[in-house]
Design a protein around this ligand. Structure first.
Ligand code: HEC
Ligand code: HEC
Length: 194
């Protein structure tokens, strides 16, 4: 079949438009700053203890450059390093008009909140991870965040949560999970909370 000569440039134009045009929600940063989109964004009302000072601080400061991140997207062990990186970004961008940088006291509160509500991970040297049954779990669940502790959810909760993780994996263009792999992961996770 002969290729239509216009198709390629048109595709490039569309791709460029998609890349450079934000939705209104992305474009409305302080002082006209353009916002990034990160995976695992959350609505401020869905944060744990949404009315606490800490949740409000997170919602205010952490959504200035991108959508509001979900505290559960990283384990407690992973947050400190990321928090430090974000404060590094804030130092770099803090002089922009309309941008608000947290005070030291506020930084402490946000960091403590991320520690409190970050995901509970399983220790990397937990003996259960050496079991051949853990293979699919480790393969599919360790690429975005630390491996979660099976004890924090019931089998029903894990089943529902896996649907969300499958969506996140798609957004990251990771290989699809087969039914067999899913069953194996659920079996491993089911050894946690009864
Ligand atoms: C001054 C701008 C700025 C502020 C404020 C900011 N971030 Fe970010 N954030 C970035 C940039 C730039 C990236 C992409 C580069 C990177 O990952 O370091 C990013 C990426 C992220 C990511 C996705 C990357 C990853 O490691 O998964 C998360 C999660 C995140 N930020 C969390 C937060 C949290 C939590 C806060 C509030 C404490 C925050 N950010 C405040 C600029 C900011
Ligand atoms: C492509 C990236 C990605 C992969 C791979 C991934 N996750 Fe997640 N995970 C996320 C993001 C983003 C969040 C925060 C948003 C949410 O909860 O949906 C999260 C949050 C979580 C949480 C905390 C949420 C809660 O409500 O307790 C658990 C537990 C979790 N993931 C388990 C898993 C398991 C099990 C797997 C393997 C099947 C997995 N994740 C694979 C991206 C990923």
């Amino acid at each position: 079949m002969k290729r239509h000569p216009c198709r390629y440039p048109l595709f490039l134009l569309l791709a460029a438009l998609l890349l450079f045009s934000g939705t209104p929600a992305q474009a409305g940063g302080p002082g006209g700053l353009k916002k990034l989109v990160i995976l695992g964004g959350v609505d401020p009302r869905d944060l744990p203890e949404p009315d606490s000072i800490e949740a409000r601080l997170l919602a205010t400061y952490c959504s200035q450059c991108h959508n509001l991140p979900n505290p559960k997207m990283y384990s407690r062990a992973e947050w400190p390093e990321r928090f430090a990186r974000m404060m590094h970004h804030a130092d770099a961008m803090g002089k922009m008009p309309g941008f608000k940088a947290p005070t030291d006291d506020e930084k402490g509160r946000i960091s403590a909140y991320l520690q409190k509500y970050g995901m509970q991970s399983i220790a990397a040297d937990d003996p259960s991870l050496r079991d051949p049954d853990a293979f699919e779990f480790v393969w599919f669940c360790s690429s975005c965040h630390n491996l979660p502790d099976p004890a924090q959810h019931t089998p029903e909760e894990w089943d529902a949560l896996l649907d969300r993780m499958v969506e996140h994996r798609r957004a990251y263009a990771r290989p699809e999970m087969s039914l067999k792999e899913r069953m194996s992961i659920l079996k491993f996770l089911g050894k946690g909370k009864k």
